[in-house]
Design a protein around this ligand. Sequence first.
Ligand code: KG4
Ligand code: ZN
Length: 363
Amino acid sequence: MRYLPKNQTVLALETSCDESAVAVLTIEPLNGMQLMANCIASQVDEHAKWGGVVPEIASRRHLESLPFLVEKALFDSGLSIGDIDTIAATVAPGLAGSLLIGSLTGRTLAALHDLPFLGIHHLEGHLASVTLSANSPKPPFLLLLVSGGHTELIEVVDFGKYKRIGRSHDDAAGEAFDKVARLLGLPYPGGPSIEKISRDGDPKRFKLPKGRVSRPEGGFYPYDFSFSGLKTAMLRLTQSLEKSSDFFPKEDLAASFEQVVAEVLVERSLKCAEDLKMETLVMVGGVAANKRLRKMMSQRCLEKGVNLHLASKDFCTDNAAMIAAAALIRIQSEVEPSSMKLGVAPRWRLEQANLLYGPNPPF
Ligand code: KG4
Ligand code: ZN
C-alpha cells in the first residue's frame, strides 16, 4: 500500500440491486483502514413476496432509505459531512433505476459540499471487499466473483487492470440458487435458504450435470460456466419426485444442488489458476458466503498449494463498505474524480472500470 500524505475518509453509497447501503471508511497512513460506519436497509423481505427483485420497488425504496442512511452513517461514524474527503457511489452495473438513485444522491452530496465524486464499478467493489480483511491479497491473483448477477473468473494483474478469463453463458450461480430455491418452495434469496436446509441433506444422493459450454470448433471452454442445464435437471427431478413418492426429499435435493455448484466453481477456478500459474485465488460475491463452497475451496486450495483469500462473510453480499474500499483503492492510485455528468450503465464490464474517471464520462 502506498503512503498517503493525509487521512482519507470516503462516504460511499451502494444501490445497484435490492440493498440500500451507506458506509464511511477511513484510511490513516499509520493505522490502515478503519470502517467507521456500515449501514444497510435490506429490501429482501419486500421482494421475497414476489419471489425476486422488482426493479420499480427497489428504486422507490432506495429513494426513501438513502437520506436516513446517510445521516445514520455519519452519526455512527461520529463524523460530520465536513470530515468527508470523497463521495463514492456505484454507477455500474446493476438495475438502471436503482443505480440512478445512488449516483444522483452521491453527485448531489458532492456538489453541495464541494467534494470530489467517484463513480464505482460494482464488481470492483466486490473485489475490494477482500481488502477489508486483515490479510489483504496483493495482485496479481485470480478472482472468482460469484454473485446474483455474475459468475466470472478474472485475472487481476493489478487493481484497475483486469482480464476476464471465464464467465457464465446463462444464469449466474446466485441466480441459479434463487431459481432452484423457488422450485423447492424456499424463500428468496435462495442462497441462504438452500444453505440452511441442505445441512440436513445428503449431497451425494442425486447426480446432477456440471454444465459445460461447447466451443464452435469442438471441445469446451475450460473456464466458462453454464447453470441452465442444472436448473432444468432440478426441475425434472423435482417434478418426477413429486409424482412418484410420498416423501419429497427437499433437503437432499438442496444439498446435491449446492454440492454440484460448489464442485463446478472449485474445479474450474483451480484449473484456471493452475493453467495461468496463479499462486493466489480470491473469492468474493454473495455466493462466496456459502459455507460448503468456502470449505471445499479452502480444502482444494490447500491440497494444490494455492493461497486462498475469501471475502469476510459480512462483506460477501452487497454492502457499501466494499464500495468505499474500492474508492480508497482508486484514490491511492490517484485517479481524477469522475465527471459530475457521469451517468449509470446497467451492463458495463469490469475491464471498462478505468473509464469512469476523468472529465469525459463514457455514459
Ligand atoms: O453479491 P450479491 O449480494 O448481489 C449481486 O451483486 O448479485 O449476491 C446475491 C446473491 C443471491 O443470488 C443470493 O441467493 C446469493 O448471492 N447468496 C448465496 C448465499 N448468500 C447469498 N448463495 C449461496 N449461499 C449463500 N449463503
Ligand atoms: Zn453484488
